[in-house]
Ligand binder design. Structure first.
Ligand code: PCA
Length: 324
């Protein structure tokens, strides 16, 4: 009887140990709506890792800022509250200007150029993130950024006094330089901000306007192609170092697939969502030459300011981008 009990206890312990080894549950916070292409891509990545590691790593995405809001995700990963998550790193350019390399107005305005710029910036980003205990698994650009308003705007003077939703320091600075009033608001909360008049304008992709149905409050989208900011899926290095080499390979392969699929989806989503804004009743089209000319002047100021803040590494990555 004693032997049987010991055996049973040992079996139970083994079962507990085996199931613990079998499934490591990784929560993956994401800031944007579940139907956004980044979130859908992230869900596929999570599935790929879960399957590929035979369930050893069970990844669950939490879109719409439901686990952590966008602004909190980097810190949550950095401090190990979660092992993995997705964040728009330009949202942290106030901490280090390098994070904002992808929000320099009119530096990289197409998908091809934005990929080129990301490649030029990747070594500096890797180094900066390593110093904070994190690694990039993959990164995907948003579609080109354009301007949303609730009236026709043909020149910068038309923007004076408008309440402008910002998502990073560059967008807030753009508001200041155009005479608007910046207020930082998470994408998950913009529908409400526009509905209540807390904000009346923003710079973003057609994708975000479409996801948040902004035609319920706004009327005009001007294609400006000012920049294409990146979302990053980051992993905490302590958690990462405990993943076996075989499983790390699974993560990396799934990440490479997600990076390629995400880029493709971002391109496809660009026209699809601009059409969606039109169907919603908005006036959608390219900004006029006059407005673009004025915005480019402001872009020059912002570029000079960014280069001043980002130091030698910033200059080196812009030079590397321009040289290619
Ligand atoms: N959508 C995100 C960032 C860039 C974009 O296109 C947002 O507006 O928050």
């Amino acid at each position: 009887m004693k032997l049987l009990k010991t055996l049973l206890a040992a079996t139970a312990l083994t079962a507990v140990a085996a199931s613990a080894a079998q499934a490591e549950k990784w929560d993956m916070p994401m800031a944007y709506s579940a139907t956004n292409f980044h979130s859908e891509n992230g869900a596929k990545f999570a599935e790929c890792v879960t399957k590929g590691t035979g369930g050893a790593y069970e990844l669950t995405t939490h879109p719409s800022g439901s686990l952590f809001k966008g602004g909190e995700i980097k810190r949550a990963i950095q401090t190990g509250q979660v092992p993995i998550g997705e964040r728009l790193l330009s949202g942290h350019q106030n901490e280090n200007a390098l994070f904002g390399f992808d929000s320099i107005p009119f530096l990289a305005t197409s998908f091809d150029d934005s990929v080129k710029l990301y490649k030029a910036a990747k070594p500096a980003m890797d180094k900066l993130l390593a110093s904070q205990g994190m690694t990039i698994l993959y990164a995907v650009p948003w579609p080109p950024q354009g301007l949303y308003f609730k009236k026709e705007v043909t020149k910068v003077a038309d923007m004076k006094g408008i309440k402008f939703r910002s998502y990073n320091t560059a967008t807030a600075r753009l508001a200041e330089l155009t005479g608007m009033l910046p207020v930082q608001i998470e994408a998950a909360e913009i529908s409400q901000a526009f509905a209540t008049g807390v904000a009346e304008s923003m710079i973003s992709s057609g994708a975000t306007g479409y996801d948040r149905k902004v035609w319920e409050s706004l009327t005009h989208f001007y294609e400006v192609d000012a920049w294409l900011p990146y979302n990053y899926v980051l992993v905490n290095n302590d958690a990462w170092s405990k993943v076996s080499a075989d499983n790390q390979k699974v993560f990396k392969d799934c990440a490479a697939t997600a990076e390629a699929a995400g880029l493709k989806a971002s391109k496809a989503y660009t026209q699809f969502t601009l059409d969606g804004l039109k169907e919603g009743g908005m006036t959608v089209g390219r900004a006029g030459d006059g407005l673009v000319g004025e915005l480019k002047e402001i872009g020059k100021t912002m570029t000079t300011e960014w280069l001043g803040n980002a130091g030698d590494e910033g200059k080196a990555l812009v030079d590397a981008f321009n040289a290619n």
